[in-house]
Design a protein around this ligand. Structure first.
Ligand SMILES: Nc1ncnc2c1ncn2[C@@H]1O[C@H](COP(=O)(O)OP(=O)(O)OP(=O)(O)O)[C@@H](O)[C@H]1O
Length: 270
């Protein structure tokens, strides 16, 4: 049996007497796509930092692509993990054309300084077209819209042919139409036969499209629920993580969340 893509066991992280993560167990098999959901401060970013080697565990084990944290060079392993996060946006030079930003992903560098080979040019253009940004090749980073930037960053991440692609709140800052278009793209990407395993970090159940097969729900640094989407994404579990009763609905293969009627409280009178 092949090793799981990711196997995290009893991971705890403490900093300055604060528990960021407590006894996290999370196993991702190849071919699965996961959503990580939880309220502000529940530990989502800390978990991502731990698995990309930017936050050292206090205890527990992380196994990524069959390699154990602490025993392998995590800088090499990190190259197999694509990370699309808004934190990256500030690091891209504003005068860099989109095609160069994409190609820089192959070399894990920001601000591409080397000569572009014809093969890299072809691969970069193919990915730009694939992400629906083919016409943006010469557009400068500083001129791109938020939605366009997200597509460029995904193309950039795919340039390194990652086994795991992490999308950290990729819809923040997108208008409703751009968000829907972007979610369609992500759903289609996940269904590609050679797609990397996707991990989507979000606060919003609406963004968990049907291609996401599994979910990890975090609350206060702990796993509140984890597993197949049907059994994990439930009103009960979501009420637990958000600390208030919520109702999960399904419409047209999409999820939505609402508060029970009596929770709305305020009413208007004229
Ligand atoms: N280096 C640190 N030292 C102390 N506390 C930290 C440190 N890093 C994060 N924290 C705390 O750990 C908790 C989890 O933070 P984290 O950024 O992982 O949450 P998150 O789920 O990503 O939140 P959000 O949804 O708001 O982005 C927060 O309360 C945060 O203040």
């Amino acid at each position: 049996m092949p090793a799981p893509l990711l196997d995290i066991r009893k991971l705890s992280i403490l900093r300055d007497r604060t528990t960021l993560l407590s006894s996290i167990d999370w196993r991702v098999e190849r071919g699965e796509h996961w959503a990580i959901l939880g309220p502000n401060g529940c530990g989502k970013t800390s978990l991502l930092k731990a698995l990309t080697g930017y936050l050292t565990p206090s205890s527990g084990e992380i196994e990524l692509l069959g390699e154990h944290y602490g025993q392998s060079d995590w800088r090499d392993l990190r190259l197999q993990v694509g990370l699309v996060t808004s934190a990256l946006q500030a690091s891209v030079p504003p005068d860099e054309p989109a095609l160069e930003t994409v190609i820089s992903g192959k070399y894990a560098q920001l601000d591409l300084w080397m000569k572009i080979t014809p093969a890299d040019h072809r691969a970069g253009m193919r990915l730009l077209r694939f992400t629906g940004a083919g016409k943006l090749a010469t557009r400068l980073w500083g001129q791109l819209s938020q939605g366009e930037r997200q597509r460029i960053l995904i193309a950039r991440a795919l340039m390194a042919k990652p086994k795991l692609l992490i999308l950290d709140e990729p819809c923040s800052g997108l208008d409703p139409v751009a968000r829907e278009q972007f979610l369609h793209f992500i759903d289609a990407l996940a269904r590609q036969p050679k797609a990397p395993t996707l991990v989507l970090v979000t606060h919003h159940v609406e963004e968990i499209t049907p291609a996401f097969t599994h979910a990890l729900l975090l609350k206060a640094g702990r796993v509140a629920a984890s597993g197949a989407r049907r059994t994990t994404l439930t009103s009960k579990n979501l009420s637990t993580i958000f600390g208030t009763p919520v109702l999960l609905g399904h419409r047209d293969h999409r999820l939505h969340l609402r508060l029970p009627a009596r929770e709305h409280g305020a009413s208007f009178t004229s």
